[in-house]
Design a protein around this ligand. Structure first.
Ligand code: URP
Ligand code: ZN
Ligand code: ZN
Length: 473
């Protein structure tokens, strides 16, 4: 009887810190040995000539998140996690969102029902706090944090989600007391509303005017304010989906002053520009997300900040709404003014291949940094490390064998989400996962998703493993 359920031979293993050539022995879903010439396993994969990296941890994605009617996200836990696995991601962390006037606990229970029996890969939950009542702050949140929901998102914009500064301070104080991770969507709501009213009055309602309602100062101001609020409470925060230069400058300033500000960016800020919002007719609705993609100069700022260590994590912010879909970008079947287009774009499956190709392949970031941004740091930030986010003895055997030279022209037809478009249609990239393993089981084999929906397990998160943000190189 073999000691190992699986042996991956001749692997070129790369983690956030190391690179080594060895065999990987998997037993009981965990990495059991990293050594040369391991004895034969019950199953064997020859990885000769290929990188074996930790499975991706997507710390920001939206799956079947309840929306106001008629909107409905296209991906549930089955299609979303299937798509993630086919793109090399082995853990997702979507959001259990409190609705104003309702309990946070109810949102978590509802979200578990949505996930139950559907996920192909493992998942944890962030919370979204929209109504920090005394009950939520004093009773629900402290208990939930102890039960393994150790991170939450707060919004500075969107009427149905946003908190005012006093509420943000209350929630940050709680994060400090309990060691939770607060993720902040930083955009100035009043500026957006004011500009939107003026654009509407002038008849400027096409998708491209979404960008005019959100000049960069809207993100800069809110980022600055979020940093100040975090400084006042003396608690680290993560600024999510950072889109361009002015927000980056604020974060650099914060780091220069020794403040623990973590930062996330997403593929849309590297691979799209605001021009995508101006595509013919209503097509620009496909790329309406907030903040919106900016321009080529801002893309370069984001690349530089990925390379120099400013960013801690790289997430998809997958927010799946169909284009030709009355529950998606055409609510009720109509082309609507930009402010009624549901925000978000799909990206779970393309997150890793895009960064692998254009980041690692083009020499902009190292492979170690790729792993750090896409797997290790999100696992640390959300209390899943070292079970997730690395290849080490005792860690879950979540791994991706990369076919680094495979040339791919991205098309929606090859993806496995339930969205009817990808913003990256026609893009030519190099590199795609050949095999994705979740706890030692193949969930993607370069042609088809494998494994049973529902095999994915819920993960309770520990407190974030918070070091100071890495010094900028
Ligand atoms: O438009 C975006 N960024 N996604 C939808 C929700 C959010 O703000 O994360
Ligand atoms: Zn957001
Ligand atoms: Zn989001």
């Amino acid at each position: 009887m073999s000691k190992f359920d699986l042996v991956i031979r001749n692997a070129h293993v790369v983690t956030a810190a190391d690179a080594m050539r060895c065999d990987i022995g998997v037993s009981g879903g965990r990495v059991a040995a990293l050594a040369h010439d391991l004895p034969k396993g019950r199953n064997e994969i020859d990885a000769a000539g290929r990188y074996v990296l930790p499975g991706g941890v997507d710390g920001h994605c939206h799956l079947e998140q309840p929306m106001p009617a008629p909107m409905k996200m296209a991906d549930d836990f089955a299609s979303g996690t299937r798509s993630a696995a086919c793109g090399g991601t082995t853990t997702v962390i979507p959001f259990a969102a409190q609705q104003k006037g309702h309990s946070l606990r109810a949102a978590v229970e509802d979200y578990h029902r949505r996930a139950e029996g559907k996920a192909l890969i493992d998942y944890a939950f962030h919370l979204i706090v929209t109504d920090p009542t005394a009950t939520v702050l004093n009773e629900e949140l402290p208990l939930l944090l102890r039960e393994g929901y150790t991170s939450f998102k707060i919004y500075m914009t969107y009427d149905e989600l946003k908190l005012d500064d006093g509420q943000i301070l209350d929630v940050l104080a709680l994060a400090r007391e309990h060691g939770a991770m607060a993720m902040v969507h930083a955009e100035n709501s009043e500026c957006i509303a004011w500009l939107t009213r003026r654009l509407e009055a002038a008849g400027r309602t096409a998708p491209r005017f979404h960008a005019d309602a959100r000049p960069m100062l809207v993100e800069r101001e809110a980022t600055h304010r979020a940093i100040a609020l975090s400084e006042l409470v003396d608690v680290p925060i993560l600024i999510v989906h950072v889109s361009g230069r002015e927000a980056v400058e604020q974060i650099r300033w914060a780091h220069g002053h020794g403040l623990r500000i973590y930062a996330e960016t997403c593929p849309q800020y590297l691979f799209l520009t605001a021009d995508a919002l101006g595509l013919d007719g209503y097509q620009g609705a496909k790329c309406v997300c907030s903040p919106q993609p900016r321009d080529l100069a801002n893309q370069q700022v984001i690349w530089d900040a990925l390379a120099d260590g400013l960013f801690t994590v790289f997430s998809s912010d997958h927010a799946p709404f169909g284009y030709d879909d009355p529950r998606g970008k055409k609510p009720g079947g109509k082309e609507v003014p930009f402010q009624y287009i549901p925000n978000g774009i799909p990206g779970l499956e393309t997150r890793l291949p895009l960064l692998f190709s254009e980041g690692v392949g083009k020499g902009r970031i190292t492979l170690n940094r790729f792993v750090e941004l896409t797997a290790t740091n999100p696992a640390k930030l959300y209390g899943l490390y070292p079970r997730k986010g690395t290849i080490a003895i005792g860690a879950d055997a979540d791994m991706v064998i990369w076919e680094a030279a495979r040339e791919v022209t991205i098309s929606n037809g090859m993806l496995h989400h339930a969205v009817d478009y990808t913003p990256y249609e026609g893009m030519r990239i190099t590199g795609w996962p050949a095999v994705t393993l979740s706890r030692g089981e193949v969930v993607w084999d370069a042609s088809e998703p494998q494994g049973r929906s529902g095999r994915g397990r819920f993960l309770k998160c520990d407190r974030p493993d918070l070091a100071r943000p890495a010094p900028q190189r």
